[in-house]
Design a protein around this ligand. Structure first.
Ligand SMILES: [Zn+2]
Length: 342
């Protein structure tokens, strides 16, 4: 049995927090969320509420040195969850996480995504006492955001193809030899999500439960595989890193990764229609205009992948560097994704 984080699903979970968390406690959240939860989370044992305004390690270390509490409560989407994780790790105090949307697998992963002079780093090791998933809280987040979180699950589809191809081409990293057991396990998780497309589109209880259980598996997977990203990530993430490097702006992670899955499955010739049909059924907003970028940005991001891969130096061998990005491919994939090909 894999070590996955203790997760509880239900309703009205926030109201019980002051009665059960260790005392005194701090809440780490976002300024815009606090008015909704202030009444439920306030008690004589709440010593401070911190609104996240920085992910820089130097700022977070100063915060950790200052906050004196016996428990940390994280409440929010990605950022508050990561900062809560970091502070609880630095102070070695119990952590309680309350995700307010489905966006990334951060609540279920050991490391915190923080910044070191602007550069993304995943550091720390914190297993929460519990992750509380409140159906009504999740449903109050925008639907496009909740649905987008399938991105970090559907990427197994392209990632597994990359792993197999690299192995057959003799280009697979010796430290990460192809492991059918991991592929099968991840594929089971992927299928659970693909088979719940209608519930995920509706963001109903069943959809939330299915997707959160998948993110729960995926969040802990990087630790459980011994820091082997191959079962859970592939070329679609290389595309994202390349595009992010060129455009230097934030993205809703699952959204851009979903687009990456379409672009890479097409490049792989890996039944792209199948996975596009699933993303459409789930109502994932993967068009460039949904994230405020142009097709020109996307094309540049695709063309830059091999250069990015070289300069990063720590990315694994995938279709992103195995097949050339030709104008023919760019024209065809653009027409296919945007629906102009029909
Ligand atoms: Zn990801």
């Amino acid at each position: 049995m894999r070590q996955l984080f203790n997760t509880v699903y239900g309703r009205n979970l926030v109201a019980e927090v002051p009665a059960v968390v260790f005392r005194p406690y701090v809440v780490i959240t976002m300024k815009d969320l606090w008015p909704r939860f202030e009444e439920a989370l306030t008690s004589p044992y709440l010593v401070e509420v911190h609104f996240v305004d920085s992910l820089e390690i130097t700022d977070l270390d100063a915060l950790a040195d200052r906050l004196k509490a016996d428990a940390v409560v994280g409440l929010g989407g990605g950022m508050a969850i990561d900062v809560a994780k970091y502070i609880a790790w630095r102070r070695n105090v119990p952590l309680f996480q309350i995700p307010t949307s489905m966006s990334v697998n951060a609540p279920f992963a050991h490391r915190a995504a923080v910044r070191d002079e602007g550069v993304l780093r995943y550091v720390g090791w914190k297993v929460p006492e519990v992750v509380w998933v409140d159906y009504d809280v999740i449903k109050s987040a925008p639907e496009f955001m909740n649905r987008s979180s399938v991105g970090d699950i559907v990427c197994y589809y392209t990632g597994h193809w990359d792993w197999k191809m690299a192995t057959e081409a003799g280009k697979c990293e010796p430290k990460w030899p192809y492991d059918q057991a991991w592929v099968d396990e991840a594929r089971g998780v992927l299928d659970s999500v693909l088979n719940a497309a209608e519930d995920i589109r509706a963001v109903n209880d069943e959809g939330i439960h299915t997707l959160m259980e998948a993110l729960r598996w995926g969040g802990a997977a990087f630790s459980n595989t011994g820091w082997n990203p191959r079962p859970i990530e592939g070329s679609e993430h290389t595309f994202f890193y390349s595009l992010e490097y060129l455009t230097r702006r934030p993205y809703l992670h699952g959204q851009i990764v979903s687009l990456g899955v379409l672009l890479m499955s097409y490049l792989q010739d890996n039944d792209p229609e199948f996975i596009k049909g699933k993303l459409d059924a789930m109502g994932v907003a993967y068009q460039p205009e949904d994230m405020g970028i142009t097709w020109e940005d996307v094309r540049e991001g695709l063309k830059y992948m091999p250069t990015y891969w070289e300069q990063a130096g720590n990315l694994w061998y995938t279709v992103a560097v195995d097949r050339p990005i030709t104008d023919e491919y760019l024209d065809a994939v653009q027409a296919w994704v945007s629906g102009d090909a029909r």
